[in-house]
Design a protein around this ligand. Structure first.
Ligand SMILES: NC(=O)c1ccc[n+]([C@@H]2O[C@H](COP(=O)([O-])OP(=O)(O)OC[C@H]3O[C@@H](n4cnc5c(N)ncnc54)[C@H](O)[C@@H]3O)[C@@H](O)[C@H]2O)c1
Ligand SMILES: N[C@@H](CCO)C(=O)O
Ligand code: NA
Length: 434
């Protein structure tokens, strides 16, 4: 029998993820000890209510409501409370005491990441967060370690399971947003208040985390352009399907050249976009997540799987826990967050992508020429045009553009709206993944 030293693990939060982390830590204790070279001793679980009813049965004496005392003397603190406070204060306390911290808290990292990483670096502790983006899917460690020698050009992520479920349901059944959301709620994917998911806030937090890591640059959550799925209609999805596209809520992190200065910058943005049905991201169904990474040398890589779920997310948390525990055994400082590139984060107007614009026009001679002139006047080049006669005297035009600057497209749309030949702009969607 090998006599291992023991590492004290304090768990903050015993909910969906926390309870599974605790269960697996207890059940797989001996095996994990061998992998780490030290025993992982779960010293307690901080919760709001010790007597709350729980799905996972664990020894009652593990529970406490006193998180501050629990973290004293811990070697590793696992934060699974969620939200900004008290999570921020507790994580800072833990790091300043020299403990390593593992968290799944995307809101905390996207909002207070720099402060927390600095606190960790000051004492040589490590802050790990694989579970914060795309749950069980390994994406943080691949970006941080496997691709550390490469140059990431672009990340296209389906990082919110609830909205992917809703859009997929709309695509496969023809349902409208409200009906698909109702199914997502019934099946337990969507929260009672679905704003964070359908408003794109959750995906924007993940975009900020991914962009910071991929581009070695601090990307504040405020600089992430965010549009949710609330205005996506069944009609948009239907016409996308007919044209060979699917609508996906994408978190996009991209290295690009500032069109005004010629200097390198980055963009982080979240919006529903058209994706070609032949693109690997189009095959991501239900509540699954996938992150498509394009790197200079590695080419295209896709990371796919369960982006949420208590036990699935616990897998990522335990992976981090084993890694930081090994470091405790071996010694040496934790891996600091790299922000050396410090690239400017460019506003949405400077992004260059493709667009599909659907407009309703009066069906008269010269209308097409007028519309084409508006695009040309704003230097937006038309790649494809499809016309169908919708009702007497009106026609629907679906115009696909070549790559164009977002600000030029916005000006084109404003000019179209003001034109007497245009009765309505039915839809403007970006086309991504090409
Ligand atoms: N559930 C998922 O599928 C999933 C996926 C990825 C990431 N995450 C992240 O994991 C974290 C935890 O999520 P969850 O779904 O397990 O949450 P949950 O609501 O199920 O659990 C939260 C736990 O924290 C405890 N808690 C709340 N306030 C507290 C306080 N002030 N002091 C002590 N304990 C307190 C609660 O008692 C509960 O045990 C969040 O950051 C979440 O974003 C969750
Ligand atoms: N609400 C999130 C959970 C994981 O962050 C989702 O739907 O993907
Ligand atoms: Na992950």
């Amino acid at each position: 029998m090998i006599a291992y030293r023991s590492l004290r693990v304090a768990l903050l939060g015993g909910g969906s993820v926390g309870s599974q982390v605790a269960r697996l830590l207890i059940e797989h204790g001996p095996e994990l000890a061998q992998r780490v070279g030290a025993e992982l001793e779960l010293v307690g679980i901080a919760v709001r209510d010790v007597d709350a009813k729980r799905d996972v049965e664990l020894p009652r004496e593990l529970y406490t409501t006193d998180a501050e005392t629990l973290i004293l003397g811990a070697d590793v603190v696992v934060e699974l409370i969620g939200g900004l406070e008290p999570a921020r204060t507790l994580v800072l306390q833990a790091l300043r005491s020299g403990a390593d911290v593992v968290t799944a808290n995307k809101a905390l990292l996207a909002t207070h990441g720099p402060e927390l990483f600095e606190a960790a670096e000051q004492v040589g502790a490590q802050l790990s967060y694989e579970a914060a983006v795309a749950g069980a899917i390994p994406i943080i460690r691949p970006l941080r370690e496997s691709l550390a020698g490469d140059r990431v050009k672009r990340i296209l992520g389906i990082v919110n399971g609830t909205t992917n479920f809703i859009l997929d349901r709309m695509d496969t059944s023809g349902a409208d947003l409200d009906d698909a959301l109702a199914v997502a709620t019934e099946l337990g994917y969507a929260e009672a208040d679905p704003t964070a998911d359908i408003g794109g806030y959750d995906a924007a937090q993940k975009a900020a985390i991914l962009a910071s890591l991929a581009f070695h640059t601090t990307v504040p959550i405020e600089s992430v352009h965010r549009e949710g799925i609330t205005s996506v209609t069944a009609a948009q999805i239907e016409s996308a399907r007919k044209a060979g596209y699917v609508v996906k809520l994408l978190a996009i992190c991209e290295r690009l050249t500032d069109p005004d200065t010629g200097e390198e910058g980055v963009s982080a943005r979240v919006y529903p976009a058209l994706v070609d049905r032949r693109h690997p991201l189009a095959a991501v169904h239900g509540a699954n997540n996938a992150v498509f990474v394009e790197a200079e040398a590695a080419g295209s890589l896709m990371f796919y799987g369960a982006g949420a779920g208590g036990v699935e997310t616990a897998s990522a948390v335990l992976g981090d826990l084993v890694a930081v525990a090994r470091r405790h055994v071996v010694g040496g400082p934790g891996l600091a967050e790299s922000t050396h590139a410090s690239l400017p984060v460019l506003e949405i107007g400077k992004v260059i992508t493709r667009y599909a614009v659907t407009i309703e026009v009066t069906d008269e001679p010269g209308v097409l020429a007028t519309v084409a002139r508006i695009f040309a006047d704003h230097e937006v080049s038309v790649e494809q045009l499809e016309q169908s006669v919708s009702a007497a005297g009106t026609a629907t035009l679906v115009i696909g553009t070549h790559h164009a600057r977002e600000s030029a497209l916005a000006e084109t749309v404003t000019a179209l709206e003001a034109s007497p030949v245009v009765s309505q702009i039915a839809s403007v969607l970006r086309v991504e993944g090409a």
